[in-house]
Design a protein around this ligand. Structure first.
Ligand SMILES: Cc1cc2nc3c(=O)[nH]c(=O)nc-3n(C[C@H](O)[C@H](O)[C@H](O)COP(=O)(O)OP(=O)(O)OC[C@H]3O[C@@H](n4cnc5c(N)ncnc54)[C@H](O)[C@@H]3O)c2cc1C
Length: 435
């Protein structure tokens, strides 16, 4: 039986170990707990949920629900256990945290093809097929080794991300498309403020409520260029206007003048289905981001596919250092799974444990891995991670990364159409795979 290593018994590692063991591989699953705990992990059990107990929306016509249905069909152990210990949470799938992680632990321990190695893994060896799933708090010698393999500038330890909004939720009658000094083509849309609008926005920005930081994040040094927009704004009413909201080099065609201030929106993907609020990395609570940032002209009805965050998060610059099968470029058999690979969220991390294991096992069976169709949420997330992106930030499931489906005005109907299209594509894919 072929031996494989899975490093980290979190959500991604458990999924990967389970899939590989069920396909007949002898899995050594390395877990550093209880010898060593990250600042957020507290229990000896596997698949520990370090914060919320929610796996987000269940309904199929939502991005999280669609992804969960795909995971179910791909044999997810986390989802199976989650269904068994779910607690009432309206439209979301939420679990009893301890029961969930004990349930996954029991299933992993009962699998006779999985050997648990309770030690910190420190050095990668390309002669052994390996999946690294050590999560967003990866550190120490293993982080150094990952930097050695991928280049120091490709492993990030801090996430300073700006919100991303869906392109088709913006009011373009209030925006204008222009790059500063007309350099850079049509990559940017601008949301212009007049003086009164800017002052009102500034007032709300500086008084909005921030998210709570974990103790290990409080004194994290932040580069000047990554400063939260609300913190910068507190330096004075004009600070943001001289920073990311500067109007220089812009002329609003609707007035013929330079705006008082402007927020620039930059395409987040090649298709232009999502926009990033340039320079708006923030630590505000998600509800506050929605309240304050929808004051920006043109964003009144903006749909946020990702809110801004500032937190400790180790992740790789996936488009640069991973190939489209989550394997580190330049290695033969070292794969990355979970949050470390550049996705964000419990279920996304688990799903990327499944994906990495599927890619690895295909290669071990002598086949080039087949790519999940782009119509599936997982296929689209994988594509996102391997598409060129010079400002790469981790991404979670959202409808904005799927190939557009045409004009369906009603959002619920549109999302249902996305989900049905994705599941049909997945069914076809799995049918072909099984012959
Ligand atoms: C403080 C914090 C709060 C979060 N809150 C949420 C939330 O509310 N909702 C949400 O969806 N996501 C949240 N996330 C993101 C969440 O961590 C991930 O979505 C998910 O847990 C990542 O899964 P993973 O399997 O990639 O890593 P993890 O679940 O972190 O698992 C990694 C495992 O690897 C082990 N390990 C690490 N290094 C080594 C080593 N060198 N050798 C052996 N074992 C090792 C760890 O002990 C751990 O068991 C949060 C993250 C953090 C840091």
């Amino acid at each position: 039986m072929k031996k494989v290593h899975v490093i980290g018994a979190g959500l991604a590692g458990c999924e990967a170990a389970n899939l590989l063991a069920n396909r007949g591989y002898e899995v050594d699953l390395y877990e550093q707990k209880p010898q060593k705990y990250s600042p957020a992990h507290k229990s000896e059990s596997f698949a520990e949920l370090v914060c919320s107990n929610s796996f987000k929306a269940s309904r199929l016509e939502s991005a999280a629900g669609m992804m969960k249905e795909e995971m179910r069909r791909l044999g997810s152990i986390c989802l199976d256990v989650a269904e068994q210990c779910k607690v009432p949470a309206g439209g979301a799938l939420a679990v009893n945290r301890d029961e969930f992680s004990l349930g996954v632990t029991k299933r992993i321990l009962a699998n006779k093809n999985i050997e648990i190695v309770r030690e910190e893994f420190t050095e990668l060896d390309d002669s052994v097929p390996t999946i690294v799933a050590t999560g967003p708090l990866t550190d120490g010698k293993l982080a150094e080794d990952l930097s050695r393999l991928t280049g120091t500038e490709s492993l990030y330890f801090y996430d300073a991300a700006a919100p991303i909004v869906l392109a088709d939720s913006l009011d373009y009658s209030k925006l204008f498309c222009q790059s500063r000094y007309d350099r850079g083509g049509d990559d940017y849309w601008n949301a212009p403020f007049d003086k009164a609008g800017y002052e009102e926005f500034w007032n709300q920005l500086v008084s909005a409520e921030g998210a709570e930081l974990h103790s290990f994040e409080v004194d994290q040094p932040v580069y000047e260029g990554c400063m939260p927009i609300e913190k910068l704004a507190k330096r004075g009413i004009d600070a943001a206007r001289y920073g990311p909201m500067k109007p220089v080099g812009l002329r609003n065609p609707m007035t013929g003048h330079r705006p008082w201030a402007a927020v620039q929106l930059r395409k987040e993907d090649a298709e232009g289905t999502m926009f990033n609020l340039v320079g708006f990395q923030t630590n505000l609570k998600f509800g506050e981001q929605k309240r304050v940032f929808t004051m920006i002209p043109g964003l009144e009805h903006a749909e946020f596919v990702r809110y801004g965050v500032m937190h400790r998060n180790s992740f790789l610059n996936a488009p640069k250092v991973l190939d489209d099968t989550l394997r580190i470029k330049g290695t033969d058999q070292i794969y990355i799974a979970g949050q470390l690979s550049g996705v964000e969220g419990y279920m996304e991390s688990a799903a990327f444990g499944i994906s990495a294991a599927r890619f690895l096992s295909s290669r071990l069976e002598g086949r080039e891995p087949a790519m999940l169709p782009p119509e599936t949420m997982l296929g689209s997330l994988l594509r996102y991670l391997s598409s060129e992106n010079k400002d790469f930030q981790p991404m979670g499931a959202n409808m904005g990364i799927l190939p557009p489906i045409g004009e369906i005005k009603d959002k619920k109907e549109r999302y249902a159409a996305y989900a049905n299209r994705g599941l049909l594509a997945l069914e076809e894919f799995l049918k072909k795979e099984s012959v």
